[in-house]
Design a protein around this ligand. Sequence first.
Ligand code: NAD
Length: 258
Amino acid sequence: MGKLDGRVVLVTGAARGQGEQEARLFREEGAEVAVADVLDDRGRDLAKELGALYVHLDVSREGDWESAVDGVTEAYGRIDGLVNNAGILRFNTLIDTPLDEFMRIVEVNQVGCFLGIKSVAARMADGGTIVNTASYTGVTGMAAVGAYAASKHAILGLTRVAALELAARNIRVNAMCPGAIDTAMSNPAHLDPTGASDTEEASRALDRFYRKLVPLGRIGRPEEVARLALFLTGDDSSYITGQPFVIDGGWLAGVNVV
Ligand code: NAD
């Protein structure tokens, strides 16, 4: 018995990183999965490997959402789960952030999450789940990621309001707040198209870097976030809605001065 037997779940930004691990784990746990991304080749290959459906979906475009939800319901007859995972990050101080960069981050991270809730909840089976991917920077500040942090704070607001509005249909809405996770977003070695980068050594270097910052002494792994997404999508979290879940190796717990 899988924890998601009989459920149909759409994961955005699922071609790589955390979304990929969520798609893999959800398939292992018995769900039908729609892998959604703008990285069509990579997303299609993953979907083929997993026996999943691939849908092209730029989360910032409302028309793409309509087609994606149509595609999922045509393929599987229903939709029970959404993981709003797609996101982008840019580094800039607020003073140096061009308006179009700020707006693009808001469009993908915040508007994308809003459109996902709006488009999927309207067609979702009662008893469904929505898991939004915020960030550690959704609950605290971090210099040089102002647009990103603002969009991730907004995701927590959307999560709480959606939880209130959808509770009567027993649709639960929660958010994950990852700290630093070893994906392309934090570790560019994962992006090397030649495959020549030593990604394991790059990950070990990040572990050394985060040893000083994070109580558990290392960067997080996307598989660990996927397990939280599974918990929030399955019945193990049946009485939980409207909440942010920090997954950060203890980074937010405080500082250690000894
Ligand atoms: P990643 O860059 O590997 O994955 C992001 C995915 O989103 C990619 O597959 C990308 O193609 C997709 N994407 C980007 N723009 C899109 C769009 N407009 N429409 C659809 N898909 C789009 O990074 P990741 O770490 O796997 O990121 C997943 C989520 O986790 C993001 O929301 C990110 O902000 C969040 N997050 C990441 C970290 C971290 O340290 N890696 C920490 C906290 C939160």
